[in-house]
Write a protein that binds this ligand. Structure first.
Ligand SMILES: [Zn+2]
Ligand SMILES: [Zn+2]
Length: 159
């Protein structure tokens, strides 16, 4: 029997403080200042239940981070590998915490409203996905280093 997909928000991150600590550590190693604006973006992504576009983040961060510096902040955080870009439907670029912070997960992409939600399969199902990835790549002598499953459909709001 296939277990039901469990939807969890960043299971490997205990809380916002923990994420902030890890991000601060990484940026310090790279000689990058963990400014108030950068912290505001990390907090917003930690509290999000899926990848967010710059426009979506700007809606939450209007006061804290002006749009002009939001793009630069996202570029800095992406270069530092604390944030990863997600290329969703309709060519919209979204941002999320990198998997070393957020935990390994997959995405549900709504084709109607464009919302992207994270899903974390239970370990047994994730192991099945892993073996599918190996089966798909072994013939091409390709060495998989990771994978991400994008499931397209309609969210509960749009269905
Ligand atoms: Zn939707
Ligand atoms: Zn996976």
């Amino acid at each position: 029997m296939i277990p039901i997909l469990v939807r969890e928000r960043y299971p490997q991150v205990a809380n916002v403080a923990n994420t902030n600590q890890l991000v601060a550590q990484r940026l310090t190693e790279l000689g990058i200042r963990y400014s108030r604006g950068r912290k505001a973006v990390i907090d917003a992504l930690t509290n999000a239940d899926g990848p967010r576009s710059a426009a979506e983040l700007h809606r939450d961060l209007a006061e804290a981070v002006p749009l002009s510096s939001l793009y630069r902040t996202l570029a800095v955080l992406t270069d530092a590998d604390v944030v990863t870009m997600h290329y969703g439907s309709r060519g919209i670029t979204r941002y999320e915490l990198s998997e070393w912070l957020a935990g390994h997960h997959h995405h549900l992409v709504c084709l109607s409203c464009g919302t992207v939600d994270d899903i974390t399969p239970p370990p047994a199902l994730e192991a099945d996905l892993e073996s599918v990835v190996i089966s798909l790549t072994v013939a091409g002598r390709f060495s998989p280093k990771g994978h991400s499953l994008e499931i397209e459909g309609l969210c509960s709001e749009c269905a």
